[in-house]
Write a protein of this length. Sequence first.
Lengths: 146, 251
Amino acid sequence: MSDRDDQEPIDRPEVISLEFPARADLVVLARFTAATLGARSGFDVEEIEDLRLAVDELVVSFEAVQAGGTVHLQCTQQRGEVTIECTVEPGATMRPSDGIAGEELWGAGGELSKQLLDALVDEHGREHRDGQPCVWLRKHRANPSG
Amino acid sequence: MDPPARRTDALDRFRDLSTTSDPRLRDELITSHLGLAHQLARRFAGRGEPHEDLVQVASIALVKAVDRFDPERGVQFSTFAATCIIGELKRHFRDRGWAVRAPRRIQELYLEVGQNIDRLSQELGHPPTVPELAAAIGATEDAILEAIEAGRGYRTASLDAPDANSQTMADSLGSVDSRFAHIEDRSVLADALQALPARDQAIIRLRFIEGMTQSEIASRLGVSQMHISRLLAASLRQLRTGFADGQARDA
């Protein structure tokens, strides 16, 4: 990665995909990727800090449910907006029925996570995609012209 | 034994010490230079380490300096001691300030980033972007992001550590706590907060219930935005752990 000559946010989407074991100590990979895309979207440092906290919350809360699984992360930035989508492939030690439906999707601390994310990002949600649980968040640059 | 005669010349007193090894003279020399240790410790205040820890490090360095000083080398003791104390304080920040050891250049850049965020926020009227920070510091954007991430490894200062005005962050939070007394908040977050110390609760409430920005909280408490960021991250980690433990107990 290198510094851009043109600091204007890029118009075409930039997509970075990550895959890593669902372990809290590897969340740094997700945080750093999100922060980098936030910077490229023109976020100020405080928006980047909020994004990093949100990614922590997103991945760690998911990891708690899906211990032993594999995290798939898709990070996209376009026009001053960063979207992070996280799916988790259940680990071999988990039964197919373990904690991947309904309110269990975000784990026992789901309501807490939602409340934190409400304050940190503009939109977030949880759903099933192709039978896989998926949590996502989206954050816009506060000052699009800045 | 008679008390050592008071000498006006510090070098003579150290010469006496080297020949007599008089413990009372040693104590007297240490005590008479404690002001220097306090003064140098204050110069390192506001960098995320509790003031009392810095005074302790500086005082220990002073004792070592008294024991190691050679009056025949033609250097004033205060000069020698200041060099020893500053060296010890720097080592303390390098080795103890970081829970996760980061390369020295990143540690130094992190401190520089923190100072520039506050300065640029004042000058620009909004928190700086990464390119603005990079330009101000003369570093690459990648390095800035690396330093911000490395900041997670920096220990958060005690809320009881006094700032330059001898006021602790806990003092500032006192008025904040009282404002929450009337808030009837039945949210999950409010319940989960009970697991945290009162002062951490207050910061989390300001950010997630009151909706204040990190900069606004930092301004109210008289600390840097990066300090608030570290405190928030640490408190959220503790919150998750506490929540998980509570769930495990209830299961």
